[in-house]
Design a protein around this ligand. Structure first.
Ligand code: 5RP
Length: 234
């Protein structure tokens, strides 16, 4: 199976997984990226069975609306039963690196009000140690160089993602050279640098479930069953 086929497979699995949540008053949290796009396209077939969605980016909002799905301002929504989104890396604790598509801040905000975060990814995203994928950090533009110096002092190698402006009007530093053994602590340290909006570690609020598309089918991983087992894909 190709990577695209694996993305389609996990998107369909996510739809099956969240079907019980599709109620007339339900608002679903929807993430950003190519895997999330597959999920949106699958979700569209059920658009008359739920109320609408909260989007984690302008691109996702546009795609949802293109399918005739209502998009709600998060200020009008107290909580979400479920949020479905992709990831750039996931470890056995279901800590994630996200933000390859520069939507990390809104993704983290939507995840923060969601009772259940369902992460969908192809098998290439499962790692023992986070950090081979450069960690995205969203930064207020005037603080770019100051933040970069602080990140160097923490042992990272920040690279300015030129030409990219986030939906919030900010810039992205991609931090190379990290081997992240304590994701909760690093997430907090980076977020405490003045000028950082947020970083792409989702560890304080990890995924609750990881649906991983593999050559042998979709594996459903949770922290409980991942810590109890070992081997390929945890
Ligand atoms: C966007 C993200 C995406 O979820 C992440 O980059 C994965 O994308 P894809 O599904 O295209 O591989 O965090 O900011």
């Amino acid at each position: 199976m190709t990577q695209d086929e694996l993305k389609q497979l996990v998107a369909q699995a996510a739809l099956d997984y969240i079907k019980p949540e599709l109620q007339p008053n339900a608002i679903i949290g929807v993430g950003t990226g190519s895997t999330a796009n597959c999920f949106i396209d699958a979700l569209a077939k059920y658009k008359d069975e739920f109320k609408g969605a909260v989007a984690s980016s302008d691109a996702t909002a546009d795609r949802l609306r293109g399918h005739g799905i209502d998009v709600f301002d998060m200020n009008d929504v107290e909580s979400l039963s479920v949020y479905v989104d992709g990831a750039d890396e996931a470890n056995r604790k279901l800590h994630l690196i996200k933000g390859g598509g520069a939507a990390l801040t809104r993704e983290k905000i939507v995840a923060s009000i969601s009772k259940k975060f369902v992460c969908i990814a192809d098998e290439s995203k499962a790692v023992e140690t986070l950090g081979a994928f450069p960690l995205p950090v969203e930064v207020i533009p005037m603080a770019r160089s100051a933040v970069a110096r602080k990140i160097v002092a923490l042992g990272g190698n920040p690279v300015y993602r030129e030409g990219v402006v986030t939906d919030n009007g900010n810039v992205i530093l991609d931090v190379h050279g990290l081997s992240i053994t304590d994701a909760v602590s690093l997430e907090s340290k980076l977020n405490n640098i003045v000028g950082v909006v947020t970083n792409g570690l989702f560890a304080a609020r990890p995924a609750d479930v990881l649906l991983l598309g593999t050559k042998d089918g979709v594996k459903t991983l949770t922290v409980i069953n991942t810590s109890a087992s070992s081997g390929e894909f945890f």
